[in-house]
Design a protein around this ligand. Sequence first.
Ligand code: CMC
Length: 426
Amino acid sequence: MNETATIILDGKKYELPVIIGTEGEKAIDIRKLRQETGYITYDPGFGSTGSCKSAITFMDGEKGILRYRGIPIEQLAENSTFVETAYLLMNGELPNRTELNQIRVQLNDYSVVHEDMQDFFKSYPRASHPMGILSAMVNTLRSFYPELTNTEESINKTFLRLVSKVRTMAAMSYKISRGHKVVYPRQDYTYCANFLNMMFDSPVRSYEVDEELVKALNIFWILHADHEQNCSTATVRVVGSGQVNLYAAISAGISALWGPLHGGANQAVIAMLEEIKNNGGDLSNAVKKAKDKNDPFRLMGFGHRVYKTYDPRAKIMKKMCDIVLSKLTKSDPLLDIARKLEEVALKDPYFIDHHLYPNVDFYSGIVLRAMGIPTNMFTVMFAIGRLPGWISQWKESLDDPDWKISRPRQVYIGKNRTDYAPIGKR
Ligand code: CMC
């Protein structure tokens, strides 16, 4: 028998259908609620609202589980590559050898950026944040590739074009921001090796691609590849629901990711750890401020809307810090501060009672710093990783028979009818 939920409003009983997901998540289907009862639901931040059905990513925030298309994140980080994971998210299955070879060839073919685009990059003031530039440039791609339609073939082509070009554009913007010569992608390098080479090769010092760093970058991007209906993905779906082109929807997603409560947290964590370091390593002030209700300061890289336990991505990222730093025979005082801060916070009743644990951003900046990525590029690194997730979710929304333009309602709390006052009577 189908499950239903009963609600009583103004003394009248209503039966609402219940939807049950494949992992047992239950949702009350309220689509007819307003029409039948006159009531709407109120849920700022959408903590109790399911905006769609999705078959892409499963998270269990209580148990710390994350799976892409059913495969645990730990297994993907251990065995997969970013390109393979991107294919998995988009197509629902891992690619076979032939399919993988095909997408590698296509990613290579799409990797160069129209030469005229370099002029846009060069026109930005030097201090511009790369996230603002990236968002604008992705929107601009529509002008260079106007042929996009919603056919399967066109979407798949645009998916690969974006995944390949955004990586090139990110490295290009870094080089131009430093006043250096742009390094072009090479067909003999894999996706991640190409990125590192485009970032760090120079006419006066050739870059030696290190396979362990390539592996680390693959893991970094796999961990960021999707995270169900987070702020930027929900943005891509909402903006996409107005039937804008894919480039515009992704550009909106990049802007949403920029914020310090979302992808911008990786940059904010480093600023916070630097401040602690400059205060002689004293953590107590940061912890005190984070617990103070009257202080807007938060421990950056801590807490999550869904995870009420350790973020499984943060566990992998923490291990990666050690691997990458030891590979590069580097040490980072910020890693010691981060470890200490985690230890103190996890014993503190405030953080325990609020279920606040490190999230993916807490250790990711340390990995990126070790690789030589500048701090203002951290959120761009997140964006490159999240692209496959955004596009897969956008595509899923196109195919969803329940899909509608997003248009929430509101509870109006403003003035009641007020007559217009002529200027002399105000
Ligand atoms: N430090 C101190 N207190 C915190 C923190 C924190 N980082 N995060 C949440 N709280 C407290 C908050 O003050 C509130 O306390 P109270 O109930 O006593 O008023 C309670 O925990 C619940 O907070 P909330 O803001 O209602 O929780 P949320 O689910 O809306 O916010 C969050 C989630 C990630 C925005 C928040 O935890 C936060 O601001 N964290 C710091 C920024 C950060 O690291 N963001 C990256 C998120 S993971 C990567 C991504 O998905 O982008």
